[in-house]
Design a protein around this ligand. Sequence first.
Ligand SMILES: Cc1cc2nc3c(=O)[nH]c(=O)nc-3n(C[C@H](O)[C@H](O)[C@H](O)COP(=O)(O)OP(=O)(O)OC[C@H]3O[C@@H](n4cnc5c(N)ncnc54)[C@H](O)[C@@H]3O)c2cc1C
Length: 211
Amino acid sequence: MAATSTLSPYLHFGQISPVTIALHVQAATAGSAEDRAAFLEELIMRRELAVNYVYYNPDYDRFAGLPAWARRTLAEHAADRRSPIYARADLVAARTHDPYWNAAMVEMRDTGFMHNHMRMYWGKKILEWSASPEIAFETALWLNNRYFLDGRDPNTYAGVGWIFGLHDRAWFERPIFGKVRYMAASGLERKCDIRAYVDKVAQTGCTGTGK
Ligand SMILES: Cc1cc2nc3c(=O)[nH]c(=O)nc-3n(C[C@H](O)[C@H](O)[C@H](O)COP(=O)(O)OP(=O)(O)OC[C@H]3O[C@@H](n4cnc5c(N)ncnc54)[C@H](O)[C@@H]3O)c2cc1C
């Protein structure tokens, strides 16, 4: 599951330059060429796409900043029944019915970090379990910026926006999400050893309430 550099807090606080990292990766011989190219794609393309988003979009930290197609499809499904709906306090306390989501929230809250794949799942569930997409956006951004060491970064706003369709395309229409991409727990079970992740978070002894 790991396969990640955990460099984002250091990049966020300017303790290392992306140019230094990119030059080292280009000169490296370890790992496969595909892995190095994928890493550079994230470090350069995805990161700069985020910088571009906050630089050119005055509403980068608001629901209003999302692409029109995404806001439209979410609005068309705003009245869809949501069950369960969790209050912000329940989310902070990692008190949901979903053990995978709870583990992600505990990791975020108590270590200040979370793997990219879990960030995607974590955010999609906030959209699913909130009374409206606007409330979901505010909640996800608030949690992100309060608990992540790399929070309040351009990547934050692009990452949270992605949950709601930013820098993505329309998918099959479904309740609540409309045409915005959905993620299911079964996807985690298929693509990674999610039970090992839950065990790992439990073993780190993260038990605080995050207050
Ligand atoms: C809901 C959500 C919230 C997010 N919040 C943040 C945040 O607050 N701060 C933050 O820095 N990133 C955020 N991201 C983007 C991404 O998840 C993190 O940058 C990455 O997981 C950081 O871990 P790493 O340094 O080990 O990444 P690695 O996979 O090792 O990648 C190396 C570097 O490439 C860049 N990068 C990788 N993936 C992305 C991406 N999808 N978008 C933009 N740049 C990327 C980052 O600078 C990262 O440090 C968020 C993503 C989502 C879906």
